[in-house]
Design a protein around this ligand. Sequence first.
Ligand code: 6PG
Length: 225
Amino acid sequence: MTYQFEEYPTRAALIEKLSQALIADLRSALSSQSTISFAVPGGTTPGPIFDRLCQSDLDWARVNILLSDERWVPTENPRSNTALLRNRLLVGPVEVAGYVPLYADYATPEDAMEPLSHQLNACLPLSVLLLGMGADMHTASLFPGGDQLSFALGDSAPPLVAMRAPDAPEPRVTLSASVLNAARYKHLVIFGAEKRHALEQAQSLPAQEAPIMAVLAGTTVHWAD
Ligand code: 6PG
């Protein structure tokens, strides 16, 4: 599996260098397209990266921002990735960016698939992708044991897939592996020894058990302890 591994002496150094790399990729994409798309993870890792990105000078009005996956909870819920994005990335100069939602106020993700997919399809393929990973080797909401994992990893998956998994406290929606893989620039950010070890373990496992393996080719992995 060919991926690049970048190790940083501190988390602060990673945040700075990764933010610079993302801005460079966004600029490069903007130089050849009138509008581009930028997908980012939720969870606890990306907050400080968002804080840094939203201080960056870029033609944000030409960038459509979206999540790699969302937890099916109202946006007031502390677990909402949409809330994280609204509070930490879509602020300051980034307020003018386009926003492509992966959540709508319907009881289940299945109810919202059609309206959400419509807007999502219009911004594909992804230009720049940042992913996170769990210590269980999931990425986006491609979880080991997920009820739709095989479907979401397969070539016939639609861009957006609903997912329920034993280790996910709520239903999810996730971009499918083929959408993630079609991104022009792909980055993965992980912190800590446990996740580094998990990524090493993943190398000998099929994507069904280690979903990160489905999206790792061509990705730059950014790691700090
Ligand atoms: C989510 C994510 C998910 C995340 C990993 C890592 O909503 O949970 O998008 O894929 O990137 O679970 O999460 P942490 O950064 O919190 O460790």
